[in-house]
Design a protein around this ligand. Structure first.
Ligand code: HMG
Ligand code: MG
Length: 297
């Protein structure tokens, strides 16, 4: 039996949050249905954040309602920045949420309008309520390798935020290379520092591909024991508060590599490539993914 890798598909959130061309709620629901049909079991479906901050995610409640008949066997986490977001998400049917902190002070201010410390304070309320409701909480740490405003980020800044999210009860912590500047040596060193206090099984990598290093960073992570990776269909995405950053590693590029390495992702590559072309055409362009281009429509 091949060893399993968990993929968290973030295209419908991290991908679409950065698209100038807004697609309808029905099209988002359809995209998530198609993604589920490829075998993906974790699909980030939206964000319950301020509509002024990220207008592309303003319809997340409608999207969640549209997904209520999606059936069993798929987790649909959504981002929440505070208790208000958590409560709206749960009222819309969310069963899993993700909070997002940053390892860089300036990015924290730009992204969520508060310091790292204040953001962690807001998450305490989310974790407490989620515990009462039996809802799983994932944690993100952004800017683990570099910040668009502060440059290089030191691993001790990352470790401190990861440890706090772990203490608060995050079941998994995803390390975001928000601006896609990391290299495999840096990622391995960071993982070494983090796993002095946190089990590797709790860590996920969320690699943006701005400098073309995302797959190499993931491979570095695999070599040292990471088994959970975030990726985005067609390589969509970026962060509205990280100017110039491109999308996540494309899910189809990740699955192609995992297939070659004999890891089991449970995802059908041909179907995934069809979904990649489907969403890219809806957005009026070609997929960024090399695998989608190579395999064609
Ligand atoms: P603020 O202005 O400091 O908040 O924003 P506030 O509490 O003063 O409220 C201001 C207004 O926002 C009020 O409305 C609130 O009701 C409303 P008004 O009275 O002006 O009409 N509000 C909300 N509305 C909907 N949902 C909520 C919510 N909370 C307050 N949950 C806030 C603070 C965090 C809300 C804002 O800055 C925000 O929403 N930021 C979101 C930023 C974001 O979504 N960024 C992208 C996702 S993170 C990412 O992409 C990185 C990641 O992929 C990992 C990686 O790559 O590194 C995860
Ligand atoms: Mg991201």
């Amino acid at each position: 039996m091949s060893e399993a890798i968990k993929i968290v598909e973030v295209g419908p959130r991290d991908g679409l949050q950065n698209e100038a061309h807004t697609i309808s709620s029905e099209e988002k629901v359809q995209l998530i249905r198609h993604l589920k049909n490829t075998g993906l079991k974790n699909i980030e479906a939206g964000a319950f954040v301020s509509a002024k901050a990220v207008p592309q995610m303003a319809d997340s409640a409608y999207v969640m309602e549209g997904l209520s008949m999606l059936g069993e066997g798929v987790n649909l986490p959504v981002l929440v920045p505070n208790l208000k977001g958590y409560e709206t998400a749960i009222a819309s049917g969310a069963k899993e949420v993700a909070v997002f902190a940053s390892a860089s002070e300036t990015f924290s201010q730009k992204n969520i309008n508060c310091s790292i410390e204040e953001s962690l304070g807001r998450f305490i309320d989310v974790f407490e309520k989620a515990k009462e409701d039996n809802v799983k909480v994932r944690g993100y740490v952004s800017c683990v390798a570099g910040c668009p405003y502060e440059g290089r980020v030191q691993s001790k800044q990352v470790v401190s935020v990861v440890e706090k999210l772990h203490e608060m009860g995050a079941y998994e912590i995803s390390l975001g290379d928000t601006i896609g500047v990391a290299n495999p040596a840096q990622i391995k060193r960071l993982l070494f520092d983090i796993t002095a206090s946190i089990p590797m099984s709790k860590i996920a990598l969320h690699m943006h591909d701005t400098y073309g290093q995302a797959l190499a960073n993931i491979y570095g992570g695999i070599e040292v024991g990471v088994r959970t990776f975030d990726s985005s269909i067609a390589g969509l995405g970026g962060c509205p508060y990280a100017p110039g950053a491109s999308g996540n590693v494309a899910t189809e590029d990740l699955v192609y590599m995992l297939n070659g390495l004999d890891f089991a992702s449970g995802v059908d590559l041909e179907m995934l490539v069809r979904v990649s072309w489907y969403i890219s055409e809806l957005l009026g362009r070609e997929p960024i993914s090399k695998v989608a281009k190579a395999m064609g429509r």
